[in-house]
Design a protein around this ligand. Structure first.
Ligand code: ZN
Ligand code: ZN
Length: 414
């Protein structure tokens, strides 16, 4: 059956991938990428709308009656200095949200996602006898900022286009190329990043009695926060609370006026998330009050990713297709990951099931067992590392084939 074999790959896709890799763009700055995407989609025969959620692009192709499938790729890169040594490595820089000049690298592989979806969109447009229904290809901005999918929904994605019956997406991962992995249910953690400002009163370092010391307040808060996961969350639940940043003061003999903490929280259920957020609020306010602070501390959200929930039946249907193509041995269950993703927003906002999988993209010769216990999983470069880059062959062809095969499964020819 055609949908259980590698689809023939447009030879220009490799050059397109290298070009996108050399020209990475930060979240909401994907202007060049979006233009290339829109141009390619138009040439493939799609109706194209650009500028949805600032830099997002949507292509739609109607092919008779049938359900609607949404295929999603993200387009943004990271402020990372690439150190892969590849001849198509990025040397790009950009200005980030705070006005700083930063190196930019497709260290998470979103250039591969974009290339694979363009490849699959073209294959499906050329071969309309193999499927029926409506295809919505969504190229979203700013996944790394946690706000790109929401920006597209807020900009009327589902007012302007039909709501999908299924949302399909993939992420390249440091698994052996030729393997695909998916976990049913809660598969990627919800993530909340918070900024906490503790406001005290500054004074000369020799006069603590004139101060309300925010450094001591911050220290007490950091220690007390360690009890949230250990004392307030049941042993059956999984969660993480990390204080990743602490800043106060500039001199040994000056008590500063305030201290700032940055926290990251990972959780898998709304109940656990609410408990942790409630505990953080209580502890921060409690420590400020204990210290005699006269001004309330502030807690503000930096970014938020909801938990990614793979619909078990939908994922099983998609993975069955991949098993028929790659062999059941090459389909893995990676368990729930602590990483985060905003793809779930596209499914939740449409009330549609999500089927989201990991695409192996690392040289298979580096692995021994090739399963989730392989020791190489701890040593090969992973996403966000300056050394991370997928092997083009066969990852590109596999990524295109996966999207095409999944689409044919969900939009079967009548
Ligand atoms: Zn990433
Ligand atoms: Zn990513």
């Amino acid at each position: 059956m055609a949908d259980h074999q590698n689809v023939p790959i447009d030879p220009t896709l490799t050059d397109l991938y290298k070009d996108l890799h050399r020209h990475p763009e930060l979240g909401f700055q994907e202007h060049r990428t979006a233009e290339i995407v829109a141009d390619r989609l138009r040439k493939s025969g799609y109706d194209v709308t650009s500028g949805i959620g600032r830099t997002g692009v949507v292509g739609i192709l109607k092919n008779g009656s049938g359900p609607t499938a949404l295929l999603r790729a993200d387009m943004d890169a990271l402020p990372v200095k690439e150190d892969t040594g590849l001849d198509y490595a990025s040397t790009a820089t950009a200005t980030d949200g705070s006005g700083k000049t930063v190196p930019v690298d497709h260290a998470c592989g979103h250039d591969l996602h974009t290339t694979c979806l363009l490849g699959a969109a073209d294959v499906l447009a050329q071969d309309r006898a193999s499927w029926a229904g409506t295809l919505l290809v969504v190229f979203q901005p700013a996944e790394e900022l946690g706000s790109g999918a929401q920006a597209m929904v807020d900009d009327g994605l589902y007012d302007r286009f039909p709501k999908p019956d299924i949302v399909l997406g993939q992420h390249v991962a440091p698994l052996p190329a030729g393997k695909i992995a998916g976990h049913p249910g809660a598969s990627y953690a919800g993530s909340d990043s918070l900024r906490v400002r503790l406001i005290g009163r500054g004074a000369h370092g020799s006069m603590p009695q004139a101060s309300i010391d925010p450094i001591v307040m911050a220290a007490e808060t950091v220690l007390r926060l360690q009890t949230v996961i250990s004392r307030e969350i049941p042993s059956t639940a999984t969660a993480v609370l990390t204080v990743g940043s602490i800043h106060a003061g500039d001199a040994a003999n000056v008590i500063p006026g305030e201290a700032e903490l940055q926290l990251n929280i990972r959780s898998y259920t709304d109940d656990v998330r609410q408990r942790i957020l409630g505990a953080v609020d209580r502890i921060v306010r409690g420590e400020a009050s204990t210290a005699g602070a006269t001004e309330e501390p502030t807690i503000t959200e930096i970014e938020r990713f909801p938990v990614v929930i793979n619909d078990p039946a939908a994922l099983a249907r998609t993975l069955d297709t991949f098993a028929a193509w790659l062999g059941a041995d090459n389909i893995l269950d990676p368990g729930a990951g602590a990483g985060s993703e905003d793809v779930g927003i596209l499914a939740t906002a449409a009330g549609a099931p999500l089927s989201y999988w990991l695409l192996g993209g690392t040289d298979p010769s580096l692995f021994t067992t090739g399963d989730m216990n392989d020791p190489a999983l701890l040593t090969v470069p992973s996403n966000h590392s300056p050394h991370y880059a997928p092997v083009i062959d066969p990852t590109l062809a596999n990524g295109v084939t996966a999207l095409v095969a999944a689409t044919r499964t969900w939009l079967p020819a009548s």
